[in-house]
Design a protein around this ligand. Structure first.
Ligand SMILES: Cc1ncc(COP(=O)(O)O)c(C=O)c1O
Length: 441
């Protein structure tokens, strides 16, 4: 077998991916000095910092009681650090911990040319990565259906979404190739058309379909992206929330060319209110996103970062991974209850793929062309809420007969009831359609 190091071919021209707006960003001297202040020896004297003096803050100590009964205390200099500004890239001890963790889990072949950046959750990183690259009218390849958070980032840019259909193993490589070939043809015919520079993929326990991509698929997609010079946005918010026997290696783990930006998030496994995620990828692209953060939030919440770092330090990676397994087991049990209820109440009315991870099941309704009114009018009146599939389609204006059901928060005893009502709703809708059709003929 080839040594992976022999395959590293990082000669990408990242300026091709960074749009003029992003390339005009320059580092703020004050932010750069904050970075230096963190690295400076203890005896260094600084009159440079524009930070408030934390001794004036009203907080003396934070004690956080954990579920195992232990207490995490933030006091003294740790509390001082938690209440203060930090370098944009992240709280240095957490940044180091996340780099070590990423190296342990993904062992990225291009690690020496990669960097990590802490963000306010994945959504923050994704929006800044897309804003760094996509310009008005330019295309973005997306898995279809897709996480609704992408459409809201790019619709103001008037980007054209190029949807690539999925099956039970996620995005289909053959569909990707044919979408690219068709688009290439259009570009040849019309100069104003441009080839896509990025693809958005949510490979594990995908939102909204619950599907997970196989390793073979990832390899095929990676190769196509190399061929067409495309950056992969690997949004893996549910990576550790999988129901498979083992983790499927990530796109980052096979990225010999430096064309993957990977988005991880603590939202689903520690707390979504902490608002913490991290982006890993080529240094040039990470730096462009960092400069955007310099101009917006300055950095993600220090308090959240310090709490998370203390937790990771006290647990170590083994216990963290054990915790992820516990969280997965919780969702797997909820999934099983949901599928059981669907077998009972929706058989013959709908079809679905059993989720391989995440929190969602994607339901195709038979005999109903559009579920919007059924759910948003009659469904709400019956006090059940499901998301109409439109919310996740590259073209949300088209009729859609899919529904996303989430099994994360609904108590198990209510899941069966909600699915039963959904079954009744679908039967009623089909009856209404039948009567309508009869009246037309
Ligand atoms: C696929 C996907 N990506 C990103 C996010 C955003 O996560 P975060 O809380 O890390 O911003 C979500 C949240 O639901 C999601 O489902």
């Amino acid at each position: 077998m080839d040594n992976i190091n022999d395959k590293i071919e990082n000669n990408l021209d990242y300026s091709y991916f960074i749009n003029p707006l992003s390339s005009r960003r320059r580092p703020a001297l004050t932010r750069e000095l904050t970075k230096l202040a963190y690295l400076a020896p203890k005896e260094a004297i600084s009159l440079a910092e524009g930070m408030p003096n934390e001794s004036t803050f009203p907080f003396e100590r934070f004690d956080i009681t954990m579920k195992d009964g232990s207490v995490m205390s933030l006091k003294g200099s740790t509390l001082g650090a938690a209440l203060q500004y930090i370098p944009t890239q992240g709280y240095p001890p957490l940044l180091k911990t996340l780099k070590d963790f990423t190296l342990k889990v993904h062992n990225p072949p291009n690690w020496n040319r990669s960097d990590v950046l802490i963000t306010n959750g994945s959504q923050d990183g994704l929006s800044k990565a897309l804003e760094m690259c996509i310009q008005e009218g330019e295309p973005l390849l997306v898995q279809n259906p897709l996480y609704a958070g992408i459409e809201i980032i790019i619709s103001p840019v008037k980007s054209k979404l190029l949807p690539v259909d999925q099956d039970q193993y996620g995005l289909n490589p053959e569909e990707l190739r044919s979408t690219l070939e068709d688009w290439k043809e259009k570009c040849l015919q019309n100069e104003s058309y441009k080839m896509p520079k990025m693809i958005y993929i949510n490979p594990t326990g995908s939102n909204p379909t619950g599907t997970s991509m196989t390793l073979e698929r990832k390899r095929q997609i990676y190769e196509i992206c190399c061929e067409y010079n495309i950056i992969i946005l690997e949004d893996d918010a549910y990576y550790f929330l999988h129901f498979l026997d083992e983790l499927v290696p990530s796109f980052l783990s096979m990225d010999v060319q430096g064309r993957v930006l990977r988005f991880d998030s603590f939202s689903k496994v520690l707390s979504s209110g902490l608002r913490l995620g991290w982006v890993t990828g080529p240094k040039q692209l990470i730096q462009a996103i960092e400069l955007h953060i310099q101009s917006s939030t300055l950095h993600s919440s220090t308090l959240s970062q310090v709490i998370t770092n203390n937790l990771l330090q006290s647990w170590g990676f083994e216990k963290l991974l054990e915790h992820f397994d516990t969280v997965s087991a919780f969702y797997r049990a909820r999934r099983d209850i949901t599928i059981e209820a669907m077998e009972k109440h929706l058989k013959g009315l709908c079809e679905w793929t059993i989720p391989a991870g995440g929190m969602f099941v994607w339901i195709k309704v038979h005999g109903v062309t559009d579920v919007y009114d059924m759910l948003m009018n009659r469904g709400l009146k019956k006090l059940i809420t499901f998301v109409p599939g439109h919310a996740f389609m590259a073209d949300p204006t088209k009729a859609c007969n899919y529904i996303r059901a989430s099994y994360s928060k609904c108590p198990p005893k209510h899941i069966d009831k909600a699915i039963k009502i959904l079954g009744e709703l679908i039967r009623e809708e089909r009856e209404l359609l039948r009567i309508k059709l009869e009246n037309c003929t």
